[in-house]
Ligand binder design. Sequence first.
Ligand SMILES: NC(=O)c1ccc[n+]([C@@H]2O[C@H](COP(=O)([O-])OP(=O)(O)OC[C@H]3O[C@@H](n4cnc5c(N)ncnc54)[C@H](O)[C@@H]3O)[C@@H](O)[C@H]2O)c1
Ligand SMILES: O=C(O)C(=O)C[C@]1(C(=O)O)C=C[C@@H](O)C=C1
Length: 306
Amino acid sequence: MSQVYDRVALIGLGLIASSMFWAIKRAGLAGEVTGYARSEATRDTARRIGLCDRVCDTAQEAVEGADLVVLCVPVGAMEAVAQDIAPFLKPGTTVSDVGSVKRHVIQTVSPHIPDGVHFIPAHPLAGTEHSGPESGFAELFDNRWCLLVPVEGSDQGAITQLRTLWEGLGSNVDEMDADHHDLVLAVTSHAPHLIAYTMVGVADDLRRVTDSEVIKYSAAGFRDFTRIAASDPTMWRDVFLSNKDATLEILGRFTEELFALQRAIRTGDGEHLFDYFTRTRAIRRGIIDAGQDTDAPDFGRGKGAS
Ligand SMILES: NC(=O)c1ccc[n+]([C@@H]2O[C@H](COP(=O)([O-])OP(=O)(O)OC[C@H]3O[C@@H](n4cnc5c(N)ncnc54)[C@H](O)[C@@H]3O)[C@@H](O)[C@H]2O)c1
Ligand SMILES: O=C(O)C(=O)C[C@]1(C(=O)O)C=C[C@@H](O)C=C1
């Protein structure tokens, strides 16, 4: 693929920014990539590992002359960063972000975007439990969705250009309205993370995790929870505080279902449990058949597998 932007600036050099950088380089999508991180230690690490063509000591220096600026900081830090860089953006620049919540980012960042600058929020649905400048890798976005959430009146040419970048990073791209995005992600990502945090917290409360009994004898289910629960605390604090309504709505429904299952166990209602688990199994198989779980092992996918 050929170059999509002359100059890209990445603000916040963690998992997502570093993965974007390596994927941009893999496909030659930008002439120059500048980077800025708030902490000197992160900037030093970035320089040491060759992350970004130029690591800058100020956000101003990083965004000056950039055609695309991507905010890759926790959702709660987006507004402050937007405010800092706004005076230094050239007309015609596109500002985007990768935040896990969209309505809040639009509400807090939009007021700082100068006239003549395009703001096109985005969210790559790809990540790991690791964070920081050394955690990124070029393949992170391969065959994953990236959702673009254009605000009213967004420039079509700027949207198409950003779409081309994300396709070049390996993603499938779709567009979505911000409120719908936040509700969908509350179901597919935010509530599941909270449930994983809770489950691991419960195990810890039983004082067995650090004694290693829970770890030693943990089955795959619990181990998957611990992977998710190892995710960055700042990022996830911000996600829940900024996607409050949708997350609380989904957790309300979750609690109702949990009570129904609890009741079925107490009353010995095996039919309820069996029917419920049959329904959820069909959902999992639907995901695999649609080719959306690239991490899933291949066994059990053949016709007739039970
Ligand atoms: N980790 C995931 O799985 C994932 C997936 C998709 C989207 N996201 C979103 O991407 C964004 C970045 O997440 P990440 O996983 O790369 O996080 P990360 O913790 O790996 O990196 C965030 C970086 O931002 C820096 N930072 C924090 N506050 C800052 C500020 N005020 N000014 C400048 N830099 C600041 C941190 O020092 C760090 O280098 C978040 O908004 C998150 O919601 C994360
Ligand atoms: O795979 C993981 O570790 C993730 O949690 C990635 C994940 C997700 O929930 O799928 C987490 C947050 C994002 O905003 C997008 C992706």
